[in-house]
Ligand binder design. Structure first.
Ligand SMILES: CC(C)(COP(=O)(O)OP(=O)(O)OC[C@H]1O[C@@H](n2cnc3c(N)ncnc32)[C@H](O)[C@@H]1OP(=O)(O)O)[C@@H](O)C(=O)NCCC(=O)NCCS
Length: 153
């Protein structure tokens, strides 16, 4: 694919669960199983979006959870053929807009210290490094904590 795909943004539907579980395997070593994708979809205080191409194919997705006034980004991923076209940025900006609309104060996330692509995405959006969680992941690698303030204070 050479041209930027014209994808549309929408909420996640139950009919997306199978495609999301397959996308997890394509995007992560520690993929969420289908049952976990479903439980996140139906959990309270969540924000989740997909980007789909004109053929209805899943291109990218984001899951986030409210923790008081912080919208915690649980996961953002773009399927390999759709990367570097701005889709991750579009999803992160949708989460940011949602946080502002809901009078949230911050968006926060953890990212594996070796995940150069994701750290680059978050830094490009103005997220700041605010700490490290040693041994955060199942393989005991460390996570960076990154935050972006969107509220007034
Ligand atoms: C991280 C990820 C979501 C980025 O998605 P994307 O749709 O390709 O991101 P964008 O096209 O919006 O990229 C925006 C910026 O992020 C940075 N970036 C993205 N991929 C990068 C890479 N491989 N290396 C360095 N910087 C990168 C760049 O600054 C980029 O801007 P540019 O293309 O103008 O240089 C995607 O690589 C991915 O799904 N990775 C696997 C899953 C994952 O690790 N998710 C994050 C943890 S939950």
């Amino acid at each position: 694919m050479t041209d930027a795909p014209r994808c549309s943004l929408r909420a996640i539907h139950p009919g997306d669960i199978r495609a999301l579980a397959a996308a997890e395997v394509a995007c992560f070593d520690d993929a969420w199983p289908e049952s976990y994708v479903a439980s996140e979809l139906f959990a309270p205080a969540r924000f989740h979006r997909v980007l789909v191409d004109p053929g209805g194919r899943l291109a990218a997705y984001l899951f986030a959870a409210w923790q008081y006034l912080d919208l915690h980004i649980l996961k953002v991923a773009t399927l390999p053929p759709f990367r570097r076209f701005g889709l991750g940025t579009e999803l992160m900006l949708a989460a940011e807009e949602h946080a502002r609309e809901m009078a949230g104060e911050t968006l926060t996330l953890e990212v594996r210290v070796t995940n150069i692509a994701a750290i680059g995405l978050y830094e490009s959006l103005g997220y700041e490094h605010v700490g490290v969680r040693p041994g955060y992941y199942a393989d005991e690698s460390d996570a960076l904590i990154m935050t972006k303030r969107v509220g007034e204070t």
